[in-house]
Ligand binder design. Structure first.
Ligand code: GLN
Length: 353
């Protein structure tokens, strides 16, 4: 009995040391993960659930105005989350290589912003949403900027024509190198896609010529058209697209390579255009539901960015009327909702710390 107080003191001391050690470990982990705190298991479960939930969806159909896209197996489906630290959680066909198409546009915009700064982008291209389809010529007549915004075809052809270079070859090399840097890996042009697209590009050729006519193209129209079409024909996997998005989520630094690709203070300008124009004439609906800056492509890919946190990429070839992948948008919307990633929502998950 005489030993009792001392035992109690020793016991208290040991408990105290244990609690301090445990809480500082937890705090360090939580701090490292930042205010959004999801475990790897939760993120993996989310992509698995999204894949399972929507893999049976048959709505929509492959793009066929670029003939080769109609031949891509429609059942392919991949979903991936890449965190800003570069951790990858994936489900489905995330290694399948598909044509990046319009999901390339925000990444080239990053390059153009680096070369000119955001004000000149606003002035030389424009940043207004159209509410009209991605290849609209009517929008070019209605909107004073003509090129409209960098994420529709007109603005994307214009931004490619702005990339500083002494000739077409050098321009292409810069555009392509920038895409590889965003993906943090080697990429290839899908030659068959390029052939299929460039030989049927009458609509984009008209857009390039109209821009030139209005003094809103900054290289020869055919030069811009070829470089733009090649950019759209680059093959990526869903995981590559995830890393491209994660580079934006990470403030312009690729989490895989550590390479800075754009100034941090420009990223929010780019994300704003993605939010208002990334889904073309469905951008309003997408902001209203998923609430994430995103970019879609007629190859079936979509990339969404949660600024400062992570990127979600998904791919499936069947598109709705606006040219946006049906399954990919459902999958991303599901994940956004599950974790309250919508940028307009206050965080429901507690900020640990
Ligand atoms: N290369 C395609 C085009 O110019 C890109 C369109 C898209 O993905 N929405 O039509």
């Amino acid at each position: 009995m005489a030993n009792c107080p001392e035992n109690t003191r020793l016991h208290k001391f040991i408990s105290f040391v244990f609690i301090i050690a445990l809480s500082s470990t937890l705090c360090a982990q939580a701090y490292a993960r930042g205010p959004y705190s999801y475990t790897g298991v939760e993120l993996q479960n989310a992509v698995d659930e999204a894949y399972e939930k929507f893999k049976g969806l048959k709505d929509g159909k492959n793009a066929d105005y670029i003939p080769i896209l109609a031949t891509v197996p429609s059942e392919l489906f991949g979903v991936v989350i890449v965190t800003k630290a570069g951790d990858v959680y994936s489900a489905g066909d995330t290694d399948y290589i598909f044509a990046i198409e319009s999901t390339s546009k925000p990444f080239n915009l990053a390059l153009v912003m680096e070369e000119y700064g955001p004000e000149e982008v606003q002035e030389k291209i424009g940043v207004e949403a159209t509410g009209l389809p991605f290849n609209s010529k009517l929008a070019m007549e209605l909107i004073k900027a003509r090129s409209v915004n960098p994420l529709v075809n007109a603005g994307a052809i214009a931004q490619v024509s702005m990339v500083k270079a002494k000739n077409e070859e050098e321009r292409w090399d810069k555009v392509f190198q920038n895409m590889k840097d965003f993906a943090g890996t080697e990429l290839k042009v899908m030659d068959e896609v390029y052939e299929s697209e460039i030989t049927t590009s009458w609509s984009n050729r008209a857009i390039a010529n109209l821009l030139y006519n209005y003094g809103r193209l900054y290289s020869e129209p055919e030069d811009a058209l070829r470089v733009y079409t090649k950019m759209c024909s680059v093959g990526v996997s869903t995981t590559d697209l995830g890393f491209m998005g994660a580079t934006l989520a990470n403030g312009g630094v690729n989490p895989k390579t550590g390479k800075r690709l754009m100034k941090e203070e420009y990223v929010h300008h780019l994300l704003a255009v993605m939010l208002t124009a990334g889904f073309y004439d469905e951008s309003g609906e997408w902001a209203y539901t998923a609430g994430l800056p995103s970019k879609t492509g007629v190859g079936g890919g979509i990339v969404s960015v949660v600024p400062g946190v992570l990127a979600i990429a998904a791919f499936s070839p069947r598109l709705n009327e606006a040219g946006n992948s049906v399954r990919a948008q459902e999958a991303i919307d599901y994940i956004s909702d599950k974790f309250d990633l919508n940028i307009f929502k206050p965080r429901k998950l507690p900020a640990v710390m």
